[in-house]
Design a protein around this ligand. Structure first.
Ligand code: UDX
Length: 470
């Protein structure tokens, strides 16, 4: 049954959308996120949008970073037992790539029976399609074999798809590994990135990274299309370029979190006391510091950050995730730090980041430029200090600092003096005022795309039509 109706959807920040909602009864969408925080969040947000449009939802997840299914009582969850793979790799950043490849290599064995059971279950609604993460590339071929139409969710930007493609080309041409003398050389195919901004993941081998990217791209060719957590105003040219290389339908429907009303999908417990603390701070005064769910630092860097923040002389919230200081189990602050910050800082192990960024007391965000964090900063209008670490983060930082010009980059060795200077530059100086002004305009562009006649809303409707007719 297929009916059209007009619904008012209440969304956070007093925003409301009147959408022409196509409610489709009696079809099920299967979703399989890659089990890392930055990938789970957008996939569950997409699930929430689909559910609000009448689709039933089945989520596949693994023993590694399992999702708390009790938070989503309306969905069906299927645990894919990934056996040894969960525990086989130490938690290093390069192992995120090795683990992904291992999952894909075992995809048929891990996933065949689960998927077959779900699609042949006569007690459930018929399956409209599967939506898989870009990095679940071998799932594409399995789904094709079983006749399940499959869409890909790219949780990063559209531009990042072009970076992944170019990586393989540069490797073939012998430009990777990047020579010391070529680090600042622009990569013409993917301006404004320089050679040093090409994706890298700790000391993961270029062959492993290339294996992942090449397989990702090949599997996209075999899919029914790509959904991207981005919006046209910032990524349209990159979409055009991508489609010239891989001509599949592309749906830019981000920022997904602005369209979905759902419980937090954090894997760690959020420390909400920082929101109360923000209430006591002056508007635009607080620096929020967070490097996402995977990035790590050594103890020397931790100490430099601590003193940089103290000397920066702005109130701050600093997320220090358990395990993010290499070789330390505890947050071991330097002597004199608490006195130096005069109680003007708050350290938490995990924050309700979107609510923090949306708070009027927050004036700047020191970020690793994971794509979710970058999008969230844009949507909440918070200028950035960029300190990218791996994967697409270097490219994202180049867009922030050199294309959109809504942030500054903190390059080279992490030193307290540089950190202090960057904080002052962004939060106090004239240059910072211009950046803040540009960020306000960019926030407006982001809010336009989520209005009922905005590009992402229109693209969501198109996507719903495609899924409902599959
Ligand atoms: C990773 C990569 O960094 C990113 O570049 C890639 O596109 C996706 O996977 P991650 O490093 O965790 O993700 O960063 P990011 O993409 O920014 O995602 C982190 C998410 O965790 C964000 O949605 C952020 O709001 C949330 N978060 C982070 C919290 O809710 N609380 C925190 O304290 C920190």
């Amino acid at each position: 049954m297929h009916c059209n109706l007009t619904l008012r959807v209440a969304v956070p920040n007093d925003r409301s959308i009147i959408g022409n909602i196509h409610t489709l009864m009696g079809k099920r969408v299967l979703l399989f996120p890659v089990p890392y925080q930055g990938h789970i969040n957008p996939m569950l947000e997409l699930a929430a949008i689909l559910h609000s449009r009448g689709f039933s939802i089945t989520i596949f997840h693994t023993n590694f970073n399992p999702i708390d299914s009790t938070k989503y009582p309306s969905y069906r969850f299927v645990l894919v037992d990934d056996g040894e793979i969960s525990s086989q790799f130490e938690s290093t950043v390069e192992n995120t790539v090795h683990r992904l490849i291992a999952w894909n290599n075992s995809c048929e064995q891990l996933f065949h029976d689960c998927l077959t059971n779900v699609i042949s279950d006569k007690n459930e609604e018929p399956v409209a399609c599967l939506i898989r993460d870009t990095h679940w590339y071998n799932l594409q071929y399995l789904a094709n074999k079983l006749g399940v139409p499959t869409l890909v969710l790219r949780t990063g930007s559209a531009a990042s798809l072009n970076w992944f493609m170019t990586f393989s080309q540069l490797l073939k041409k012998g430009f990777i590994p990047v020579q010391e003398s070529q680090l600042d050389m622009p990569v013409a195919e993917i301006a404004p990135l320089r050679m040093k901004d090409l994706p890298r993941v700790g000391n993961c081998s270029r062959e492993a990274i290339n294996n992942l990217f090449t397989n990702d791209m090949e599997a996209i060719r075999a899919s029914s299309g790509v959904i991207v957590n981005t919006f046209d105003a910032i990524d349209n040219k990159e979409v055009e370029k991508f489609r010239e290389a891989i001509p599949v339908p592309v749906f830019c429907i981000g920022p997904l979190y602005k369209f979905s009303l759902m419980a937090s999908s954090s894997l760690l417990n959020e420390d909400r006391t920082c929101l109360e603390w923000l209430e006591t701070q002056a508007p635009g005064s607080v620096l929020y510091v967070s490097f996402g769910s995977l990035a790590c630092m050594n103890y020397e860097e931790f100490i430099e950050i601590a003193w940089g923040l103290a000397n920066g002389n702005q109130p701050f919230i600093w997320v220090v995730r358990p395990g993010s200081i290499l070789g330390k189990d505890e947050v071991d602050l330097p002597d004199g730090f608490i006195e130096a910050t005069k109680g003007d800082g708050k350290i938490v192990s995990w924050a309700p980041q979107r609510e923090v960024l949306a708070h009027e007391a927050v004036g700047a965000f020191w970020t690793h430029n994971g794509w979710n964090s970058t999008l969230e900063a844009i949507c909440e209008g918070v200028p950035m200090i960029c300190r990218p670490q791996f994967s697409d983060q270097m490219g994202n930082a180049q867009y922030v600092t050199r294309v959109w010009k809504v942030g500054i980059e903190l390059e080279g060795k992490l030193e307290r003096g540089k950190i202090e200077k960057a904080i002052k530059q962004l939060m106090k100086d004239d240059e910072g005022a211009e950046i803040r002004q540009r960020m306000r305009s960019m926030k407006n562009e982001a809010s336009c795309c989520i209005k009922s006649d905005g590009s992402s809303s229109i693209n969501i409707d198109k996507l719903m039509d495609v899924i409902s007719s599959s």
